[in-house]
Write a protein that binds this ligand. Structure first.
Ligand SMILES: [Zn+2]
Length: 257
């Protein structure tokens, strides 16, 4: 049996839009934000929090716009999101929200995307001949899951064994803060901190341990408020069982202060 189908007429504007998008190169689609996505992969990656690479996936034109221009554009798009949700932007309480969100994205919580905000690495000679491990414990981690744009909060414990250089201790906190201030995946954050430390300290002997709670796990989806996620990177001497164990003992040790 042949069913007669109604002929479908697309408005010419829509047709050309589809046609245009079809002809665009991958890069063009990326630049204009018209990349097509496979809905199954979207769910899969989000649910399992998979990262695709150790580098944050940034475009080459990521910093062509100034911070001010970025804030203006995000503000416009965020008002649109609120409008679509049905919110009344004339209400005084909501009026400033798009601007606040845009400014917060660019200047605060995602400021670590911009290499200009990277902490300067100042090293000193290891004059004391201290060759044991240096551990910085309980560094606050405030980052944002790149799959849901919700925060994950926790602690990082970082260690290194000097190869002749030492680093200002607050520098380690700043490295953690810089890489946390991006849309992130916890595994990538752990690796990025380890890599940065290796480069700065010119040593392979580094360890990074992060434990955090993800709001995208506790406030949506499975809504699990108890579980936390641990990610670790051991490199160089920390791959040896005794050194690894010593590091873990230091993390566990509680000191009265
Ligand atoms: Zn998430």
């Amino acid at each position: 049996m042949i069913l007669e189908q109604e002929p479908v007429f697309l408005e010419s504007v829509t047709f050309f839009k589809i046609f245009e998008t079809h002809l665009m190169s991958k890069e063009e689609k990326n630049r204009t934000g018209t990349v097509e996505v496979d809905p199954e992969i979207v769910e899969e990656i989000g649910d399992n929090h998979l990262a695709t690479s150790i580098d944050t996936p940034l475009r080459t034109d990521a910093f062509d716009l100034s911070d001010g221009e970025k804030i203006k554009r995000i503000e416009k798009h965020f008002s649109e999101i609120m409008h679509v949700l049905g919110l009344d932007l004339n209400d005084q309480s909501l009026q400033g929200t798009p601007h606040r969100v845009a400014k917060m994205y660019v200047k605060e919580i995602f400021s670590g995307l911009n290499p200009e905000n990277k902490p300067k690495a100042s090293k000193f000679d290891n004059k004391f001949d201290y060759n044991d491990m240096v551990v910085v414990k309980n560094i606050d981690v405030t980052s944002f899951c790149e799959h849901h744009f919700l925060p994950f909060l926790g602690k990082a414990h970082v260690a290194y064994v000097s190869s002749g250089n030492v680093i200002g201790l607050s520098k380690i906190n700043r490295i953690v803060e810089y890489y946390s201030s991006r849309p992130q995946v916890q595994e990538r954050l752990t690796l990025q901190i380890a890599e940065e430390l290796k480069k700065t300290m010119q040593t392979e002997d580094v360890a990074v341990f992060i434990e955090s709670k993800h709001l995208c796990v506790s406030t949506r989806g499975i809504k699990d408020k108890q579980s936390s996620t641990v990610t670790v990177e051991y490199s160089g001497i920390f791959e040896e069982e005794t050194t690894k164990q010593k590091f873990i003992d230091y993390i566990r040790a509680e000191t009265e202060m």
